[in-house]
Design a protein around this ligand. Structure first.
Ligand SMILES: *[C@@H]1O[C@H](CO)[C@@H](O)[C@H](O)[C@H]1NC(C)=O
Ligand SMILES: *[C@@H]1O[C@H](CO)[C@@H](O)[C@H](O)[C@H]1NC(C)=O
Ligand SMILES: *[C@@H]1O[C@H](CO)[C@@H](O)[C@H](O)[C@H]1NC(C)=O
Length: 422
């Protein structure tokens, strides 16, 4: 069609209308996607609260950089720049992964503790409506699953805090039940040799997925989400413990954490306590829902690293190569480094879909340098990690929809391993 200069204002208006139409279509398509994929964990009601992230059409511009796909309206050929779904992936060396025996059940938001050659895998969602209340054990020596036993009835089923001294496993707070139900403040200790459980004093108030670690003879619990599952908590408590007993009746207040929120890695190396990544905000129960149906809310993911030493003042260290959350049991200490597997990063700025992480990161606690040490067979969140005899293992969690779509889909029990060389 001819574009005489006199017609220009009109056609510009038309082009704008087409763009607004496309934008509306994109939002509706997104809502449809979200409501139709009920099998995808927590993809239910999709809140588009930020209006600042809107597709900006580049009029009369047909160039696009690698990884960006132009979407064209058939009639008018109005190209617009759309960010690739895989925009958050980082360049990473290939690793050779070997698929091992799959766990007896799939698990999302489960917990895991490695003691010598055994990986104790706890709780988690099987589906959004079903939670596990037992422990499975993976034996790294003969690469088999077995040894299933029950958790106490009163113990939380997901979003647990967990730490070990090498024999006893301390289990704190977490969500009780499926969907987005409330938390419990109850805490337990497991003797892995006798499989006996004991109570230890409850937290002052419950938390979801707080950073938890055993440090200098005290069990430390900090951050997490508050009772509404969304609001970040800054409180930090500790309790003196020895073997399967608490040495005190009450938790002690400690220096609050600079940033609260759930799903962070909490690691002690060389007598220093590190808190890595995580997020503020999380899914919440839909108001009035009898099943506490999960509904998505705004979340902000962080790559922050905080460290406590003898001074008992938080120090800020270099951040992760990208924001990373859902990594509370996705780390191991290997040769002066903290190795972190997968997670979730910032949501896609245009589609708002949750974006999973497909890399393995290394943080050297001597040089304070981060590196990307390899690619996973797929992107995965809340995966459970072990290290034995030179092999890095990961099992369970929720994987992506495919190589080109990093949004979450299937909940897994798969176990994989690769030879690690740092
Ligand atoms: C065209 O697109 C490229 C790549 O996205 C961008 O760098 C450039 O600024 C755009 N030009 C115009 C006129 O919008
Ligand atoms: C782990 O496997 C090894 C080799 O089969 C076996 O000797 C050991 O008893 C197993 N450990 C447990 C706790 O089952
Ligand atoms: C850890 O260090 C030892 C000694 O330098 C080395 O033999 C080993 O390969 C390292 N392990 C990994 C996983 O890099």
């Amino acid at each position: 069609m001819g574009r005489a200069s006199a017609e220009k204002p009109k056609s510009t208006k038309f082009v704008l209308l087409v763009c607004i139409g496309l934008l509306g279509f994109a939002l509706i398509a997104d809502l449809l996607w979200a409501s139709s994929s009920s099998s995808a964990y927590l993809s239910v009601p999709y809140f588009l609260q930020d209006s600042d992230n809107i597709i900006v059409p580049h009029l009369q511009n047909n160039t696009h950089t690698k990884g960006e796909k132009p979407i064209q309206d058939k009639k008018d050929s109005v190209p617009q720049r759309v960010l690739s779904a895989t925009f958050a992936d980082l360049p990473a060396p290939e690793l050779e992964w070997e698929k091992m025996v799959t766990a007896p059940v799939p698990r999302l938001d489960g917990a895991a503790i490695q003691i010598k050659n055994l990986l104790y895998v706890f709780a988690g969602y099987g589906t959004i409506d079903y939670v596990h209340s037992h422990v499975d054990i993976y034996n790294f020596t003969d690469n088999t699953w077995g040894g299933r036993f029950d958790m106490p009835k009163e113990m939380a089923h997901s979003h647990l805090g967990m730490a070990t001294d090498g024999r006893y496993i301390y289990v704190v707070t977490g969500q009780y039940g499926p969907q987005c139900r409330g938390p419990t403040a109850r805490n337990f200790v497991l003797d892995t040799e006798t499989k006996q459980w004991r109570d230890i004093p409850p937290l002052p108030v419950p938390r979801y997925a707080p950073a938890t670690q055993l440090w200098k003879g005290r069990l430390h619990v900090m951050g997490g989400s508050k009772e509404n599952r969304y609001t970040p908590g800054l409180e930090h408590w500790s309790l003196a413990v020895k073997d399967d007993k608490a040495l005190e009746k009450e938790w002690r207040n400690e220096i609050p954490i600079p940033r609260g929120g759930p799903h962070r890695a909490c690691v002690v190396v060389d007598d220093r306590l590190y808190v890595i990544g995580g997020q503020e905000g999380d899914f919440m129960a839909k108001p009035g829902s009898p099943i506490f149906k999960c509904s998505r809310r705004n979340e902000v993911v962080y790559g922050d690293v905080y460290m406590l030493d003898d001074e008992m003042k938080w120090k800020v260290l270099p951040p992760m190569p990208k924001p990373d959350s859902h990594i509370e049991f996705a780390w191991k200490i290997v040769n002066n480094s903290i190795v972190i597997v997968g997670g979730t990063t910032d949501k896609h700025p245009i589609t708002k879909k949750m974006t999973l992480v497909g890399e393995v990161f290394q943080f050297n606690v001597h040089t304070l340098k981060w590196s990307v040490v390899g690619k996973l067979p797929y992107r995965v969140k809340t995966t459970l990690v072990g290290f034995w005899n030179g092999w890095l293992y990961f099992t369970s969690g929720q994987r992506d929809r495919g190589p080109d779509d990093p949004a979450p889909k299937k909940v897994l029990g798969e176990m994989w391993r690769t030879k690690l060389n740092l």
